[in-house]
Design a protein around this ligand. Structure first.
Ligand code: GDP
Length: 300
């Protein structure tokens, strides 16, 4: 994964140094932890997250599990791996299904984060598993958004519910509510509601998203975030958490070559699990998120 190229390279170097040693002294551990800290900060991982992470690694690396290990360096690598899995959320968290279909999924996030693309990816993924998703176009802010969702729906081969063209701007809350009613009437088992995003966090947007949430009572509210936005990730995620109270996170653009620290910060900062990862513009560039696989890729 290109996103973690630099971080992976830095960690690999750090561990190579470490492996050249037999028993590890406290100062070996300290310098290793310092290098890990620097590598994480350079990858734009949030400072608090870095501190907590390196604190745990240091404590464990100075403890008996390393002291008594046959291969202390390998044990430190193992600890870093385990702590990476932990900050990425530990166990995989699957999508929650409603007891009585349709399962309602609402998407929220900044403009350009990849929501509309994700709506298509998610719909295709569900369809491939035999589900019948309906896409609902509640992004009425961007003139092109409804058309774009239509294109994505066609590519994915799924149905779309959208306001009639020419009806002015329209009411996104009503579209969401009507879309869910349509899904119930026509027995679709999933509804994916695309909502408007702005370039920056703004109150009106947040209120609109909160109103849609209230109107359709989704089973999942997925906060879609571009993994490339670096240090802004934390503030943006916190604003959306306060504004719409999302249930899970989708990381997009993990194929990019920027620093991607958001991926490592977001779970700790929001307390919400990462459910999916998007790794390209194509509808197939998408997968459920596995903390252990991501950690292995970083340490590859
Ligand atoms: P929205 O404004 O949140 O609905 O964002 P869009 O779905 O329109 O996506 C914005 C741009 O990002 C589009 O050009 C997408 O093709 C692109 N995009 C979305 N997801 C990914 C991804 O995972 N990787 C890459 N490289 N581009 C993506």
């Amino acid at each position: 994964m290109a996103t973690f190229g630099n971080l992976s390279a830095r960690l690999t170097d750090t561990f190579k140094n470490l492996r050249s040693k037999g028993k590890l002294s406290a100062s070996d551990v300290d310098s290793t932890v310092r290098e890990i800290r620097r590598a994480l900060l350079e990858a734009d991982v949030a400072l608090d997250v870095v501190k907590e992470f390196t604190g745990k690694v240091r404590e464990r690396a100075l403890g008996d599990e390393v002291n008594q290990a046959l291969n202390p360096a390998q044990q430190v690598v193992q600890i870093v791996n385990e702590e990476l899995v932990a900050i990425l959320g530990g166990e995989q968290r699957r999508l929650q299904f409603a007891k009585n279909p349709p399962t309602i999924i609402m998407l929220a996030g900044l403009q350009g984060a990849g929501k509309t693309t994700l709506a298509g990816k998610l719909a295709k993924w569900l369809k491939d598993q035999g589900h019948t998703p309906l896409l609902v176009a509640s992004d009425l802010q961007r003139p092109n958004a409804v058309t774009q969702l239509g294109v994505v729906a066609e590519q994915a081969g799924v149905a779309i519910f959208a306001p009639e063209p020419g009806n002015g701007v329209g009411d996104p809350v009503r579209v969401a509510r009507d879309g869910v009613a349509e899904a119930k009437a026509k027995h679709y088992d999933f509804v994916i509601v695309d909502t408007a995003g702005r370039l920056g966090v703004d109150q009106e947007l947040m209120q609109q998203a909160a109103n849609i949430r209230k109107a359709v009572n989704p089973d999942e509210v997925l906060f879609v975030i571009d993994a490339m936005i670096g240090q802004d990730a934390v503030a943006t995620a916190q604003a959306f958490q306060e504004g719409v109270d999302f249930t899970g996170v989708v990381l997009t653009k993990l194929d990019g070559d920027a620093r991607g620290g958001a991926a490592l910060s977001i779970r700790s900062v929001t307390g919400r699990p990462i459910l999916f990862a998007s790794t390209g513009e194509g509808l197939g560039d998408f997968e459920p998120f596995h903390p252990d696989r991501m950690a292995s890729r970083i340490l590859d």
